[in-house]
Design a protein around this ligand. Structure first.
Ligand SMILES: [Zn+2]
Length: 393
């Protein structure tokens, strides 16, 4: 899957051309003119810009016989890259990714559950420095990107809270970035996942709800219904909705009675471990273990499933999405999936309204990266290319 290059800053024929070359849909001026219905002179000007700006390479094949030499175009996907830091299980993973979404280098740092704010800050700083040392000399770093879960202050670039690291509080990511000559971005991981799903279906105007049921419980919606709150990074904390029947159960967020206290993996884990001691600890590695277990035979689990089904049903009545994606380890179990669908369809029926079918979405670290690239790279390239148009010489 590649990242479409559509900038929010404006239309750029050169960027459209770069997009074609990047995706391998065209490698000659003639193909570009045909696909984009552009005048050959305009195409030539734009390609010259792209070549001059170093994001497209020209290769002239001399050819043995008659006719003009053939000029083929290739993308310089390594011209810009993002240093991307995300959480996988109980680890922070840094990846240098290029414009095409290819991984150039990656490094993992374990963050034990008892890590303090200072420990995690130190680990992030180290990963950032290591990533910088691995940047190829011809590449320019476009951005340092964090994709995190929990509660974020996106405007101030602060990671406020995560149920995985209860001792971590208000980690200021600006301290990781320092005075680096590139931008700093903070995104909520589930929002990046959803935007990567959206990229697959460009032109789709439908409302999509993504619910994650894993270590924590959260959701994202596209198109975004409340832009302001999305920007603050506080949206869809459905795991901390209150259920009066759980009133005394303490949640990782510091409150009591949250949905997560009966339905999140962190809350279910002691019960699962008691019955199946060998299962893995981590959200990603536990999925294959859970797949074949009789989870529905465990009353605490059916209680959890009903709570999650209620949450999805209520979100459905709030948003009336056309598509509902559900990700996380539990829905990989076919019996759990069937039961979740059954309870949801039973509860979410409204006469005259189509109830959307639930779809399993696989959570992957790659989706987060592609979602981030799709948000950042087009604007980086747009700016890079517009400079040349303002350049008189
Ligand atoms: Zn809570």
């Amino acid at each position: 899957m590649s990242v479409p290059m559509k900038s929010n800053l404006g239309n750029s024929p050169a960027l459209d051309i770069f997009n074609l070359v990047l995706q391998g849909k065209a490698n000659s001026r003639r193909d570009i003119a045909k696909i984009l219905s552009m005048r050959p002179n305009t195409v030539s000007d734009c390609v010259s810009h792209l070549v001059e700006k170093g994001i497209v390479w020209e290769h002239t094949e001399k050819g043995g016989g008659r006719g003009r030499p053939v000029v083929t175009l290739a993308p310089n996907a390594n011209k810009f890259l993002c240093i991307f830091i995300q959480i996988i299980g109980l680890s922070a993973v840094v990846t240098n990714i290029n414009i095409a979404g290819q991984e150039l280098w990656s490094q993992t740092s374990e963050l034990p559950a008892e890590s303090s704010t200072a420990d995690i800050l130190e680990a992030f700083k180290k990963l950032h420095q290591q990533a910088l040392q691995q940047v190829p000399s011809q590449s320019t770093v476009a951005a340092l990107v964090f994709s995190l879960g929990g509660i974020l202050d996106i405007k101030n670039k602060v990671w406020q809270f995560s149920s995985r690291w209860p001792n971590m509080q208000d980690l200021d990511l600006k301290q990781v970035h320092g005075a680096a000559p590139y931008s700093l971005h903070l995104y909520k991981n589930i929002n990046l996942e959803l935007s990567a799903h959206d990229l697959k279906r460009t032109g789709n105007e439908e409302t999509t709800l993504l619910v994650h049921w894993g270590q924590g419980i959260g959701c994202a919606v596209s198109p975004t219904p409340a832009e302001t709150n999305q920007n603050a990074g506080r949206f869809g904390e459905i795991g901390h909705w209150k259920l009066s029947r759980t009133a005394n159960a303490r949640c990782h967020c510091g409150n009591a009675g949250c949905v997560e206290t009966i339905a999140a993996l962190w809350a279910l884990q002691p019960h699962l471990k008691a019955k199946w001691p060998d299962i893995a600890d981590d959200e990603l590695t536990i999925a294959p273990d859970l797949q074949s277990l009789d989870l529905l035979g465990l009353p605490v689990f059916t209680d959890a499933l009903n709570a999650v089904s209620n949450v999805i049903t209520n979100l459905n009545f709030l948003l009336f999405p056309q598509t509902i994606l559900v990700s996380g380890p539990f829905v990989q179990n076919p019996f759990v999936w069937a039961e979740l669908n059954r309870t949801f369809l039973k509860d979410a029926m409204i006469s005259g309204v189509d109830t959307p079918k639930l779809q399993v979405a696989t959570r992957s670290s790659e989706l987060e990266r592609l979602g981030a690239l799709g948000k950042i790279m087009p604007d980086v390239l747009f700016r890079h290319l517009s400079e040349i148009r303002q350049d008189p010489g």
